[in-house]
Every structure is written in C-alpha cells, then in structure tokens.
Design a protein around this ligand. Sequence first.
Ligand code: CP
Ligand code: NVA
Length: 306
Amino acid sequence: MKKDFITIHELSRYEFNEILDLTTRMKKNPEKYRSVLKDRILAMIFQKPSLRTRMTFEVGMLQLGGEAIYLAPSDIQMGSRESVRDIGKNLERWVNGIMIRTFGHHIILELAESTRIPVINALTDLLHPCQAMADVFTLLEKKGSLAGLKLAYVGDGNNVAHSLMLAAAKAGMKMAVATPPGYEPKKEIIDWAREDGQGTDFELTITNDPVEAVREADAVYTDVWASMGQEAEKEMRRAIFSPYQVNRELFSRAKPGAYFMHCLPAHRGEEVTDEVIDSPNSIVYDQAENRLHVQKVIMMNLMGKK
Ligand code: CP
Ligand code: NVA
C-alpha cells in the first residue's frame, strides 16, 4: 500500500473498492474500530477555511481512539515562516500522519516527499479526493452498485470535478461534465481518467451544454463557481456561469428520481436553487456525513499499526 492518499488515480481498482467495502463495514459496526488508532495523532494543516473537512477528520480520529491537532493558516505560515520541507521533517518527529488543505498541488507533493509519515489530501486547487470517495460511497449506498450509473457534473471544471472524474473512472461509471468554454477540466486529469477507466464501462463526455450533460443522469452534481482562492473572479464568473445553474428546469431534464449532489458549501441562488438543494432528491447531507466514514477508513489504512 502507498504511504500517502493524494489522488484517486494512484489507487489500484482493488484499493479503491476496498476503501468502499471497509467503509460499509465500519459504518455498520463502528464499535469494532474504536481503538484502531489508539495513541495515534494526526496534524491537520489548513491553508483555507473548512467546516466539513475539519470536523470529519477530527471527529474521525476521536472515534478511532486517536487525536487530531488543528494548525490554522496563521499558526505555521507554510512557505513564508518556514519551508514546506522543514514542516514535513518536524511533524514526523511528533505525530503519525498529516492531513493538508492547501493551494497548489505541488505543495502536497513536496510535503509528502519530505516526510516519512502518511500525508492525506484534504483539498488542493487540483483535487479533492476524500470528497469524491465520500460521494461515490453515497451513491453506492443509495443505488447498490456503481458500474454503469451516469453522473452529470455541471459547473466549473475544478478540483471536485477532477476527483469525481477519477472516482467515476475507477468505478466504471459514465460521467458527463458540462462547463462554460474555457473552464473545462484539465487535460492531464481527463487523460488519467481515460487511462483508469480502461476495461470498464467508464465513458467520459466533456461538453459546454448542460442539458446534454444531465440527460439520462442518475445524479446531477454541482459546486461553487468561484473556489477558495478565486474570490477576486467571483463577479466575472457569476456572469459566465449563470447558464449552468442547476435549477428546477435543468434538473427536470435528468432521469426521473435522479439525485442532486453538492460537496458544500453551496452558494444558494448561484450554482443551485433552494428548490433543488432542498428537494427530496437532494442527498447533500448524506455526502457530508459520509466524509466521516470514508476518511476513517483512509486514516485506519494509512496510520493503523501494521
Ligand atoms: N466539502 C468540503 O470540503 O467542505 P469544507 O470546505 O467545509 O471542508
Ligand atoms: N471547489 C471548492 C470546493 C470546496 C469544498 C473549492 O475549492 O473552494
């Protein structure tokens, strides 16, 4: 098994399915896993805000018998007060794992390279793999299996879209991504997804047409139009992305009974309307809950006594 959890692309199909299977088991019987991380400590580095990620990693460590220490952006001032590498070399002397939410993806790669302890990706500008694992786990719970399901993602070709593409590829799902021109997913990630989906039912459509993307979809997913770090582009993006709002009209073009999904936080009235996110088809709080369950498995796999 790999030391770190940085991309879904790096997981073998076996490891990917194993995380989902173990999550099912642990969620059903949490008592059994109460001390698997006893005496283990996770350092949580946040260079961006968070509700779900911070809560689920910290609660997860406590539920597994370990502890977590939160390091706010102003505490360690990664890259200005101290280099990424020196932070990695210090932390390995005190704790058993590092979770990091940061900007450039190169930062997490440098941290993982610099330290002997596991590094978990809790969001970079490029990827959000824990989110996508929780999302496919949520779909698996609802639908019973993943292969052949169609997931439509409408909005910005961002970190969440990227990780969902990689998860869909590993799961043999069909995925359609609709973005405004110029906001498509990165080619590197499209290539990874196509490579990972080989030999499965995986199909990937990249389009600028939201109606085409949601057609026959079992689930429609969206995310904010301006991600953390893009606040200055907020107004410009609002105009560009408005035709990509998931509202009742667009959502009605998906399969009857389709699910609505969002990683949260949502900007209600922008990428999604209240009607859709508050509808009985919305499973956004199940996704948020499942962040806890999949991350407990990821931490147990990486940080448990071997
Ligand atoms: N979905 C998610 O990662 O939420 P936070 O930004 O609140 O952690
Ligand atoms: N794309 C969003 C996801 C937040 C969980 C961001 O990066 O801000």
